[in-house]
Design a protein around this ligand. Sequence first.
Ligand code: PEP
Ligand code: MN
Length: 358
Amino acid sequence: MKLDLQNNLKKYKRPFLIAGPCSVESEEQVMNVAKAIAAETKPALIRGGIWKPRTRPDSFEGVGAIGLPWLVNAGKEIGVPVTTEVANAKHVEAALKAGVDVLWVGARTTVNPFAVQEIADAIKGTEITVMVKNPINPDLMLWIGAFERLQKAGINDLVAIHRGFSVYKHPRYRNVPNWEIPIGLTEEMPDIPVICDPSHISGRRDGLLNVAQKAMDLNFAGLMIETHNNPDKAWSDAEQQITPIQLKELLNQLVLRKANIQLEGVDFIGIQRGKIAEIDNQMFDLLKERMQIVRDIGVYKKENNITILQSEHWKKMIDQRLAKAKELELSIDFLRSILDAIHQESIRHQTKVMNPER
Ligand code: PEP
Ligand code: MN
């Protein structure tokens, strides 16, 4: 089925909602949860994992191809298209044959260009919509590369799912969001809508709303939220799944803000942005002036045979500057990264002064 999500997304009420269980467990389970979701909310897609990439071999690894018609029938019953994860050519073939409407590539697959290529080759020639989750490691290019492989295979209805990035024992997240990566994806590939998956980012029910709200504030197109009629008894990802009623409550709590600002009368944001642009220009002029002084010092160091790096002086200077952080209401980390960047640029200028021929 051609969903043409990239062009039709506006047709759906924001957020574009993908709901359904982490895993398809039985014919009855997926049918009941799909019906309950449709009774409480307006899902755009019903999800259900058929083949589950689990970290340890003894976990539940999905019911396999037998569950495909269960998922497809559940979608038909409520009149909503369905989606499942594919990790190899065999999965693609079976899912297409069973009539799955949308495929998604999981995080553990996006990370592997061989696997993505195998999937792209298997999908070639169809018009199916494919969603690609970010790779488990925070590598924007790898994510972009997966989209490019699918595009080269003629698949153009592509959607991105941001599910966070692997991290060892984080106090708050199962997978850290690194929001700058999905933002970077939108900069590079503006036509690809981005959906956020708060379930896999948060890893726990009480963290879903915060992540979902942040995604809406960053103007993401939609949300994928794992939903189960009896989350505590789910065969996979029990801690993060919620009931259809909880899903409805979560959606009701979301604040949806305007994406495009068209202000009448006094354009407050426009005026403030003008002020910010002016301050940025002043900062750049000051940096230019600072670098001239740095180059003058470079000339002196060259004439007197002094090394560029003066570690002790640098350390003293950093301590003095960072001591001002509190008074400036700026974080120490932020000030430190600015000073490091300025120092690196200064070293570059002095290196050029000392060794102009290199
Ligand atoms: C899933 O959606 O159930 C899943 C396995 O996701 P991910 O690829 O994000 O880990
Ligand atoms: Mn899951």
